[in-house]
Design a protein around this ligand. Sequence first.
Ligand code: FBP
Length: 287
Amino acid sequence: MVDILGAASGTNIYGERQQKLDVIANDTMKQMISWTGRVCVMASEEDDEPFPIPEEFNPGKYAMLHDPLDGSSNFDFNVSIGTIFSIHRRVSGSGPGTLEDCLQKGRNQVAAGYVMHGSSTVLVYTTGDGVHAFTMDPTIGEFRLINPNIETPPVGKYYSINESYYHRWSNGYRRVVSAFKGSDGVDHRKNARYIGSLVADFHRNLLAGGVFMYPADSETPDGKLRLLYEAAPLAFIAEQAGGAATDGKQPILDIQPTSLHQRTPLLIGSKEDVAYVEATIAEVDGA
Ligand code: FBP
């Protein structure tokens, strides 16, 4: 427990100062998974390049992409954070995997999930057959099934967006957020919740219904969140739970990745709420 909080010495490919816990989590994921014979390559939000599994570890048939610890601005303050993973079947031949195995559309995922490190440790995953949640029972050190076949309400209670960026938003997003505050009467009114940890904000909306928005804006023209490590795995879960996930224009799962660390705007959650936001920004900002 000594000396694990605060910033590490390095920066990641985004120029962000890595937190010590980022590095510990990233190393732990690689140490625990790379030798299992199940994966051929691992790609992490914290590593510039993919990590091809060496021959002596019997590279397996899956490519694994992960955000070892999401919610870095909350690490030191005991706020819920998460670990996100996305699994694809390899497309390259045998042996150590390649970048090609990582740059696959989200629609090709065979599994995706996250672990939320909060008041309890919760694992949520899908393999394309519904979404299931488990809680870690520390008395036996095992995850117990608590919520099988999760379905997200089509219209949700919450909206989640960092409103301190209001001045950077398009008029479309300003219209949406004021509608959620009741500017057009009660029709779209919702309660505001923003933790600043994507996994925690997503998990609440997955269960209670709601919409999380991290749009492109004047300072982040491509949005902030990472397509392969954050948006695509959560989009697979959202769609499997009857929700939706888009970049404002197209489903996240249909975006063909062109680089390992590409960002995307993200609009995710209850199906009708995502549709309402998309329709409003198309009407106000133009298609
Ligand atoms: P990392 O912590 O993995 O870099 O993730 C990005 C993130 O922290 C998300 O968890 C969260 O939704 C978002 O950034 C918060 O960004 P902002 O502080 O701009 O609202």
